[in-house]
Design a protein around this ligand. Structure first.
Ligand code: ADP
Ligand code: MG
Length: 304
């Protein structure tokens, strides 16, 4: 039986909605192209990602791989060129300007790498945490800011201005600011990029506490490869796609996996393909419990 166009469209949108089910963050084939002076840069090239509510996930990848672009999309600051991005059931491509403001005020909290960008310099830590509550017209601000600063271990900084705090203290206060309006999701773009390793540990600890105690979903972009030893799930991004995942269960060593997308595509690690001179074509063989991948022989290459 022939389907009408509207039936097909309906079916397509239902399939679209079904992907990822009720995952907290759903990115499906996400594309972001920047155009500057006629030159196109494809920052995200069909990125897929599913993150559940209450997860704590680290995102790692080389500089320029698209990590910040992804976070800017998830934070509602940037609009993707194509694909699907949904957070807490909200379609990030279909928001009006007003929805976007509400989304950024109530649903997500953001922490930047540059400590100075997170806090207003002329306000104390306490006042910084109270500001978003004030803007949202919420009551009980003093109590809320005290309990958040306390939870993150920086209650002693309450009356200090940013210049009177260390970088790590500022970032922990920034997490309190991001949490003030009880968001469902916290995004942090290299929050420890300007910090030494000891201080970085305290900031990660604060993000872990926020995740554990408040149940908020946390996504951290980081350069620190040691992070995968500290979180349950680390997602590797390469060339604008999710390419690997490292999972660690309590008491076990981290195990790295390649990401298999919905149509069966897989990105082989570059050092693997280089080591065996794999280029353009590989030969696959299905075994009972694995798939073998071989370089195609020179004979096959030339078609002899
Ligand atoms: P990462 O955070 O992983 O270092 P980014 O998401 O910042 O990577 O950048 C991904 C790619 O997109 C890079 O090639 C970068 O140069 C490009 N890019 C990022 N932002 C812009 C922009 N506003 N205009 C043009 N190109 C951009
Ligand atoms: Mg970046």
């Amino acid at each position: 039986m022939e389907q009408t166009l509207s039936e097909l469209e309906n079916q397509a949108s239902q399939e679209k909605a079904a992907f990822g089910g009720d995952a907290h963050i759903v990115c499906d084939n996400l594309v972001r192209i920047y155009k500057t002076e006629g030159v196109e840069v494809v920052a995200l090239q069909g990125l897929d990602l599913l993150i559940d509510k209450g997860e704590l996930v680290a995102i790692v990848g080389a500089s320029g791989s698209g990590k910040s672009t992804l976070l800017n999309v998830l934070s509602g600051l940037d609009v993707p060129t194509a694909g699907l991005a949904r957070v807490a059931g909200i379609d990030l491509l279909a928001m009006t300007a007003r929805d976007r403001l509400r989304y950024r005020r109530d649903v997500v909290g953001f922490i930047w790498q540059q400590t100075a960008r997170n806090l207003l310099p002329y306000l104390t830590a306490r006042e910084n945490v109270e500001l978003p509550l004030r803007l949202a017209g919420k009551r009980g601000r003093a109590q809320r800011s005290r309990s958040l600063l306390d939870l993150l271990g920086v209650d002693y900084c309450a009356d200090r201005k940013p210049a009177e705090m260390s970088g790590g203290e500022q970032q922990r206060v920034a997490i309190a600011v991001a949490l003030a309006n009880s968001p469902q999701l916290i995004l942090a773009d290299e929050p420890t990029g300007e910090l030494d390793s000891e201080t970085s540990g305290l900031v990660f600890e604060a993000l872990r506490t926020a995740n554990k105690e408040l149940g908020v979903t946390v996504v951290i972009v980081t350069h620190d490869s040691l992070v995968s030893e500290q979180v349950g799930r680390t997602i590797g991004i390469r060339d604008g796609r999710t390419s690997s995942e490292t999972l660690r269960r309590d008491g076990e060593h981290a195990q790295e996996y390649a990401v298999l997308d919905r149509v069966g595509r897989l990105q082989l690690p570059r050092d693997f393909t280089n080591a065996l001179n794999m280029e353009r074509r590989v030969r696959l063989e299905l075994e009972s419990d694995h798939i073998g991948v071989w370089p195609s022989s020179p004979k096959e290459e030339t078609g002899e």
